[in-house]
Ligand binder design. Structure first.
Ligand code: DGP
Length: 117
């Protein structure tokens, strides 16, 4: 298996090996539109550094996690989500996480029900 085939799909987006509709980028954070949107606005906000899931986070990631949330809030403003939105982190198999690279879902543009299924 070569290095490229071992990468998860989000790492390949970070490395520009596959295309994505990128809407935000800093030195540490990338955001792009979800390929299977569950709402009129559905963005994924990810760290550029490899970090499989929230379960792998420790105190050394505190600043990075703050940056991800600040990016989500900024993007919600940019996307016109003044009426509200939801930020979701799926963690692990039972949490519904499919891609093993930490990501925040930013969902908005419609009424969102609670609790999730
Ligand atoms: P999760 O279940 O929390 O791991 O969500 C993964 C999300 O990633 C899911 O909503 C679909 C999205 N996704 C999967 N593959 C791609 C891709 O190649 N490009 C983009 N833009 N999104 C993807």
């Amino acid at each position: 298996m070569n290095e490229s085939s071992e990468k998860n799909i989000f790492q390949r987006i970070i490395d520009r090996e596959i295309p994505a509709d990128i809407v935000y980028e800093t030195d540490q954070v990338l955001a792009f539109r979800d390929i299977q949107p569950q709402a009129p606005v559905h963005l994924l906000v990810i760290p550029k550094t490899p970090l499989p899931s929230l379960a792998d986070v420790d105190a050394s990631h505190q600043e990075l996690l703050g940056r991800l949330l600040v990016a989500a809030a900024e993007l919600a403003r940019r996307e016109g989500l003044q009426q509200g939105y939801r930020v979701v982190i799926n963690c692990g198999r039972q949490g519904g996480q499919e891609v093993p690279h930490l990501h925040l879902h930013l969902l908005g543009g419609r009424d969102l029900s609670w609790p999730p299924g």
